[in-house]
Design a protein around this ligand. Structure first.
Ligand code: HEM
Length: 413
């Protein structure tokens, strides 16, 4: 079992009433049953609290507090280091050092953020996402075909991971025979061994895996996202190789782990609720609503912010330079916002969750994500017999910037 991180000393400006001891990486109850633990925290901890674990950080878990912070980028910045500090650091690096990609636009604040996000919003429009539907359906079918006769599978490695990685390769116009290489990279980047800090060079490694294709699409446009992005401008300036590299690395990180985990939590929930499976099988038109409620019930992203100026959040005063984690899983289980929040209910107001964030950084890939989720559940429910959890292999998780599902073993007759 992983050990908790060493607590740090409480800085003077943090009031005693704000302190709550919680390790967002290694809390044992979080790792045993993440959303149950988040519901418990909402009962026993302040809606915004400071933990001495994980280097000392504020964590917001209440809906109103998270929603509020997402919309105040001047005070709660997405640029984890102040931009001046980044400039200073870059000047100190040796000139022959390879360029470290920056995760744009997710680490950029408004007003610069708006222009840098615009090409991605165009490339990931609802229409562009819909155009992937047939490909996603045939891919989901082929993954189901590969396991259907064996009566069981470890769902994450058999389906949840190859599906979005292959969609990513196809949309980027990358050869699907590089699937194995990209899956290895996904593991390395998204699931490092406990305590290992990958550092910025891992971003370079992801960029290196993509750079030849990015350059090739600049010179020979095709019908894919890379080619389309090359044709767009950023605030009136032509697209550059550096921006393309930044986009590609962010899309790799933001677009794969997220879809994998959404699928993992939903398929586990369905395994535990045969009556819900039966209802969706009988009336598949409910699947889009079920997708939305699954996203709320099992939100899992934990966006990080830097307190850019002294600011009040919840009951406390946060100080410039403090770190703030926005626990979306907590927000979407807050009973002040959602009635009986741990109850799965597709008749509630389904669009008010923050699973995709909110404010300027709201997820660019949400239309594509929804199509991947709808399509997979539709195909699984129409083709696989009723599935259940394998009692010999309970699901496993790890936690960091997302609460991640490592394995979900399911069986069917
Ligand atoms: C169920 C799946 C997904 C979930 C739950 C999710 C969640 C999120 C959240 C919470 C944010 C905001 C982060 C913040 O405020 O710091 C975000 C941003 C983002 N997501 Fe997603 N995401 C998903 C799928 C995808 C996919 C499939 C893609 C792309 C192919 C994608 C690309 C992005 C990008 C580029 C951003 C940054 C937007 C910006 O900074 O303006 N996401 N996502």
């Amino acid at each position: 079992m992983a050990t908790l991180s060493e607590p740090v000393e409480k800085p003077g400006h943090i009031p005693e009433a704000a302190v709550f001891d919680f390790d967002y990486h290694y809390d044992p109850e979080l790792l045993a049953d993440p959303h149950k633990r988040m519901s418990e925290l909402l009962e026993v901890a302040p809606k915004v609290f400071w933990t001495p674990r994980n280097g000392g950080t504020w964590i917001a878990i209440g809906f109103n507090e998270v929603f509020d912070a997402l919309r105040r980028p001047d005070e709660f910045s997405s640029s984890i280091f102040p931009p001046e500090q980044i400039e200073e650091l870059l000047k100190l690096l040796p000139e022959d050092m390879p360029r470290i990609p920056r995760l744009k636009p997710i680490t950029i604040d408004p007003p610069e953020h708006t222009a840098i996000r615009s090409p991605l919003s165009k490339a990931f429009s609802p229409k562009a996402a819909m155009s992937q539907l047939d490909e996603i359906k045939s891919l989901a079918d082929s993954l189901i075909d590969a396991v259907i006769d064996q009566g069981h599978c470890e769902f994450i490695s058999a389906v949840a991971e190859p599906l979005p990685v292959t969609v990513f390769l196809r949309m980027f116009g990358l050869p699907v025979d590089r699937l194995g290489e990209f899956r290895d990279l996904v593991h390395e980047v998204l699931n490092p061994p406990p305590g290992v800090d990958l550092g910025p060079m891992i971003l370079r490694k992801v960029a290196d895996a993509l750079i030849d294709d990015i350059a090739a699409r600049r010179d020979h446009r095709q019908d894919d996202i890379l080619s389309q992005l090359w044709g767009l401008d950023v605030d009136g300036e032509p697209m550059t190789m550096d921006v393309m590299e930044d986009y590609a690395v962010l899309l790799f990180i933001a677009g794969l782990d997220t879809v994998i985990n959404a699928m993992g939590f939903a398929v586990k929930h369905l395994a535990e609720h045969p009556e819900l499976q039966a209802s969706l099988r009988a009336d598949p038109s409910q699947i889009p609503d079920a997708v939305e409620e699954m996203l709320r019930r099992y939100s899992f992203v934990v966006p990080l912010r830097r307190v850019a100026q002294d600011a009040r959040l919840g009951d406390f005063d946060l100080k410039e330079g403090d770190r703030l984690m926005l626990h979306l899983a907590g927000a979407d289980l807050d009973e002040r916002k959602f009635d009986r929040p741990d109850h799965f209910d597709i008749t509630r107001d389904l669009k008010s969750h923050v699973a995709f964030g909110g404010g300027p950084h709201r997820c660019v890939g949400m239309h594509l994500a929804r199509i991947e989720l709808h399509t997979l559940y539709r195909q699984m429910l129409s083709r696989l017999p009723m599935w259940r959890l394998d009692p010999d292999h309970p699901p496993t998780y790890h936690s960091g910037n997302v609460i991640a599902v490592d394995s979900v073993h399911i069986r069917w007759d």
